[in-house]
Design a protein around this ligand. Structure first.
Ligand SMILES: Cc1cc2nc3c(=O)[nH]c(=O)nc-3n(C[C@H](O)[C@H](O)[C@H](O)COP(=O)(O)O)c2cc1C
Length: 264
């Protein structure tokens, strides 16, 4: 377990107990993308717990531009899974043709392909939709107001032993990409637009709402592992870009760089 730093607290500051911090840390460090699930059903109250934490996330101007569609019925999951696999195969084929020069991480591709083939095996699918700001629909930061809620969802799920994966295959923002798609300038954008529209019609998602994430969720077949991450020192600067952040010196041996065993 990483040691929780014990800095002196200013008056009125309210830190969690060190043991609780260690649990939070463990949860953050072992939040993995889970793509293989037991068929065991997930109690709807547990889902409510998870969703109730998702909506605690912040959002620009507290607009809370999110909607969650929870799909548990086998027929609904199967139709989204068919859509997902078809979308994956089409986009993959287009990508293979157009972007062979940009090599993929083979492991990631295999993992994503496996998920595409088995999405319907997850006992729950949650589609998170983003409601763009009508006065500024192309606002990049608007989109940034939905993924914190997704991350909360993933963390709350992890805390109660559920695994999930954020997927964004379908995330097609009509406001920013539709013009290229409409005039045929970009075949991939046009295909994405069609795929996104298909998912919207499957789920009755209205007008401007964007399906920002499709999240399979259930009990993982494998234990949550630790993540493969670049060391903190390689991605953190002090004061200016390129200047080392001295407190991360020595990474990856730095105690905060490893997940460690479960604190409980
Ligand atoms: C924005 C975003 C999009 C992602 N899209 C997919 C996806 O379409 N399919 C998939 O299998 N995983 C997807 N992932 C999961 C990543 O592959 C995963 O987070 C990354 O490989 C690190 O692995 P870990 O989460 O297990 O640590 C996505 C993650 C993020 C943050």
């Amino acid at each position: 377990m990483s040691t929780v730093p014990r800095a002196p607290l200013p008056a009125g500051a309210a830190a969690l107990e060190p043991a609780a911090v260690a649990h939070v840390s463990h949860c953050l460090r072992t939040l993995r993308s889970v793509r293989s699930f037991h068929r065991t059903d997930v109690d709807p109250e547990l889902l409510t717990f998870v969703l109730d934490h998702a909506i605690q996330a912040g959002s620009g101007k507290n607009r809370q531009p999110w909607r969650f569609i929870v799909i548990r019925e086998p027929a609904g999951r199967a139709s989204v899974a068919r859509w997902y696999l078809d979308t994956w195969q089409r986009l993959r084929a287009a990508r293979d043709e157009a972007a062979a020069a940009v090599p993929d991480d083979a492991r990631q591709t295999t993992a994503a392909a496996t998920l595409a083939a088995h999405l319907g095996d997850a006992p729950v699918l949650i589609v998170v939709c983003f409601l763009p700001n009508p006065t500024n629909p192309a606002d990049f930061f608007g989109g940034a107001s939905v993924y914190p809620a997704v991350q909360n969802l993933l963390l709350a799920a992890r805390a109660v032993g559920l695994g999930a994966t954020l997927t964004t295959l379908q995330a097609f923002d009509t406001a920013t990409t539709a013009p290229a798609a409409a005039d045929g300038a970009d075949d991939r954008a046009a295909e994405l637009a069609r795929r996104c529209a298909r998912l919207k019609s499957l789920l009755g998602i209205p007008g401007p709402a964007v399906p920002a994430a499709v999240i399979p969720l259930g009990y993982p077949r494998r234990p949550f592992g630790t993540g493969a991450r670049h060391p903190l020192a390689s991605v953190t600067y002090g004061e200016r870009w390129g200047h080392p952040w001295p407190h991360a010196a020595g990474d990856p041996a730095h105690p905060w760089s490893g997940a460690g065993p479960h604190p409980g």
